[in-house]
Structure formats: C-alpha cells, structure tokens
Design a protein around this ligand. Structure first.
Ligand SMILES: Cc1ncc(COP(=O)(O)O)c(C=O)c1O
Length: 307
C-alpha cells in the first residue's frame, strides 16, 4: 500500500530517494529537532488531475513552526509551491499521495539547541489511500499517557521529537487491542488522537476541543469547522470535553490529513451512538471528499492543481 516514490528533495535538490539521507550525528536524529507537515494530493480519475489540499495553509503552519522553534525556513510560498510541484511531476504521480515535508536540523554539533546555520528542508512522497480502515469504525481507548503541554513542547508546531508522545500512546493502544488512542491533557480534558483531531456530535451540535487544549491546529479540523458552520449551518462549539462526555456522544470522528474523516465505533469498548457511522459524519465525509477531488467550485480556493 505504501509505495515510496523514486525521487525526494533534500539540500535544495531533487535526488533519488535512496540517497536522501542524513548523518546519524545530526540533531534531527539525536534530539528530534525538526518540524514537519503531511500534505495530501488526491487523484481525480475523471478529470485526470492531481489536487493538493490547502497547500498554502500547510506552508503557513510551517512558517509558524519555524517561528516557534527557530528552525530556519526561508522559502517564499511561490518557491515552496514550485518545489512541491516539481517533485510530484518528477515522480509522475497519478494516484493518491501523501507528501511529507520536514524542516530539520542537519547540524552535527553536540548541543541540543535550535537556531543552527545548517537547517534544511527535506521532502518525500508515498502513495497513500486510507490510513485507517474505516469500514468497520475505529475502536479507540483513552491513553494512560497524557498529551504534552504546550509549555513543554509546542503542540502547535509538528515537532518531530514530540511524536514520541504519540508513539507511546499509539503503542499502548495497539497492545490493548484498540485501533487508536485518545489523549487527555494535563487537566484531564479530551485533547486529540495520536495524529488526528477529534469531533463529537450530540443533538445536532458539533463539539471539538479548543486550540488551548494542547491539540494541533489541524488543517482538516479548520476545514470541518468552516463546512459545518457555513455549508451545513450547524452550531460548532470549541469547548473543553470531559472524558465521560466522550462516551455519550451520538457520533464521534477523527480528522486529519492522513486520517481523513474516520468514524469512531467505540471508546473504551463503549459503543458510540447506534454502532454505525453517524448521518452527519457521513454527510460531511462525502462532501469533504468531493472538495478534495476538486469537484466543488466554491472550495477550489483550497485546491492546487498539478497537471
Ligand atoms: C497530533 C496531530 N493532531 C492532528 C492532526 C491533524 O492535522 P491536519 O488536519 O493538519 O493533518 C495531525 C496530523 O497531522 C497530528 O499529527
């Protein structure tokens, strides 16, 4: 399923992926000093074109991440877009893809600090259909690992080293027979999954944890909020969610670039709603899929056409 494409981008060049490597001494390897984003390209078989979803928003989140950490990212948006487009074309991608962009510390000096001179951007691509098997719905469990607080490691930048927190929770969840973990934050409130945001629906009202809950400002999350409000005319409440409230939602789902919109069947073995994908979840999932395929004119503002 996860075919890696032949070419990658590193040190300002497109080269064969096999040669796109970094030294073991680098701070990226030793201390996890890097920030990344994952971007989707969706292949539309009807129009025979590839559509990148919200590329400029991914760029802006990387700029923010650079400001937060001190990792150098001095590309303009047109330059960034050109590099991504050139890499996709070089790989002749004509399928659903996932593009991983990482700004990393290439420095091999010993001190664990940001603001080194030799920061670099590396990009690779894989073929990616669904990250979660969503036919059945997800069985999720509340993690015994709490989400990192934003004043420990920024949760607004996707910091590579910070994903150890996700890895601990995901490993525990899989060992316990779940598909995915849900983090609570230090205050005991619902935060997010290991690589996706969370939404609940109760009596037709949409709930999601606020950005102050140590979750990522997900681009899919933002898209959901806009579509729910403007398109479906539903009330959206960004407010703290208690653990026990999670068990009582009519519908629950995760959102993310890799995750897409994935419905949750059970939390801690308690069935959510009527054990099926909820109606509102299904409606937004289908509509969102059309948007990402470039089929909805009004939302072409979110799309970058490749060919
Ligand atoms: C921790 C975390 N939360 C949420 C998300 C979803 O964010 P986005 O919709 O921008 O992909 C991701 C995935 O990138 C993530 O890693």
């Amino acid at each position: 399923m996860k075919k890696e494409f032949k070419y990658a981008y590193i040190q300002k060049q497109i080269i064969p992926s096999a040669y796109a490597v970094i030294p073991i001494q680098s701070k990226a390897v030793q201390y996890g000093l890097g920030v990344f984003t994952g971007i989707r390209g969706n292949w539309n078989p009807k129009t025979k074109n590839l559509y990148i979803f919200r590329l400029e928003d991914h760029y802006k989140r990387l700029v923010d991440a650079s400001n937060i950490t001190g990792l150098k990212f001095d590309y303009s948006y047109p330059e960034f877009k050109k590099i991504i487009t050139n890499l996709i074309k070089k790989n002749r991608a004509k399928e659903d893809i996932y593009i991983r962009v990482t700004i990393y510390s290439a420095s091999t000096q010993l001190t664990p600090r940001f603001e080194n001179d030799d920061d670099d951007m590396a990009i690779y691509m894989i073929s990616l259909q669904d990250y979660f098997n969503t036919n059945e719905g997800l069985n999720v469990g509340i993690s015994s690992w709490r989400r990192i607080d934003d004043d420990m490691i920024s949760t607004k930048a996707k910091i590579t080293g910070g994903y150890s927190n996700s890895a601990l929770a995901k490993t525990e969840a899989l060992k316990n027979g779940y598909d995915e973990a849900i983090f609570l934050n230090r205050d005991g409130k619902v935060c997010e999954a290991t690589g996706a945001n969370i939404f609940g629906i109760k009596n037709g009202i949409i709930f999601t944890p606020p950005l102050s809950s140590n979750n990522l400002d997900g681009i899919t999350r933002r898209s959901m909020i806009e579509i729910f409000k403007k398109e479906m005319r539903l009330e959206v409440r960004e407010e703290e969610i208690d653990r026990s409230a999670l068990y009582t939602f009519d519908e629950l789902f995760l959102t993310g670039t890799a995750a897409k919109i994935a419905w949750i069947k059970a939390v801690d073995r308690r069935i959510i709603g009527n054990d099926k994908e909820g109606k509102i979840t299904q409606k937004i999932r289908l509509f969102f899929s059309e948007i990402t395929l470039g089929n909805i004119k009004k939302y072409q503002k979110w799309i970058t056409k490749i060919y």
